[in-house]
Ligand binder design. Sequence first.
Ligand code: PLP
Length: 388
Amino acid sequence: MKGTFPCLQFERLATPFYYYDTQLLRDTLKEINRHASQHDNYHVHYAVKANANPKILSIIREYGLGADCVSGGEIRAAISAGFPASKIVYAGVGKSDWEINLGLDNDIECFNVESIAELEVINQLAAAKGKTARVAFRINPNVGAHTHANITTGLAENKFGISMEDMEKAIAAAHDMGNIQFVGLHFHIGSQILDMGDFMALCNRINELQDRLEAAHIRVSSINVGGGLGIDYEHPNRVAIPDFKAYFNTFATCLKLRDGQSLHFELGRSVVAQCGSLITRTLYIKQGTAKQFAIVDAGMTELIRPALYQAYHKIENISSQLPTEQYDVVGPICESSDVFLKQAELNKTQRGDLIAIRSAGAYGEAMASMYNCRPMPQSYTSDELAGV
Ligand SMILES: *Cc1c(COP(=O)(O)O)cnc(C)c1O
């Protein structure tokens, strides 16, 4: 089954461009709120790095989510989209001074701190402003997510977070600093996680750490379990909205929250991936000796996930109803890795046909580059095109 697209409107637009189905985005956000609100003290932050398009951010903000930022630029993007600073959390292994100052000036909810060295700098910069920074420590839980190696972040040999052995030491350091308020623990084990067992393993690890802290009479007011819920790249139509019910229930069942503790989530991909498609036009069909190539006008500059992570995206020819044939769908960039999909089954494709690369709403436009002096991709929402 193909997706439904406003092909007539598309014909008038220069390709390539991102197309966002805002109805699906809204339905996804409603599902998130419906299921998160079944549980007390659950707070969902949107991980801005997945897609920082202002049109997308402002819709997400309308549904009351907070924001999870990993740079000063993202803090600015979240604030200009109207996210309240009191719901902005800020993570990242390498926060520079101006970025920390920006967070302090806006009184953001929390800095997710990844090292004691960073904690010292935040304390100094906060002292200079006469402010107190709320901090959570990102703890590396040494839980492996069954996903691509480049998007696993919770293992011991990873650059992210503070090791479990150093947790008490970090908390003690925070308590000794005059301009730091320790509020909680932060975790993030990876991305595109579909096996709820990985989140259960995280919950078990958090339970152990909480027991340890309780024995040491250390009070923790918030737990942040990060993001990572995956989506179905194979079936963007049939499974357009991830199973948020099972996701939140996993934490409700496995995680032992203490009295008054709040639980925070940082969902990125699962919020925005399915609402976005990269729309590109076929430039040439090139007959090779053993195969044929569909050369399209989008490349790894617009969507780098296949080249970077060997990621699969479903591809459809939305202009053709002819019987299918096999194509290697490739872009125009001067890199051999500029391949979207090998042996894609497409309706017979000709020059000029529009191609939809599905499930591209997360880590698509946000990772676009100007390599080869290409312009940054345009974007259109279904709302905008309905109004044309
Ligand atoms: C990337 C990231 C997220 C979002 O991950 P998704 O897999 O897109 O849900 C959340 N928290 C942190 C700290 C991240 O780095």
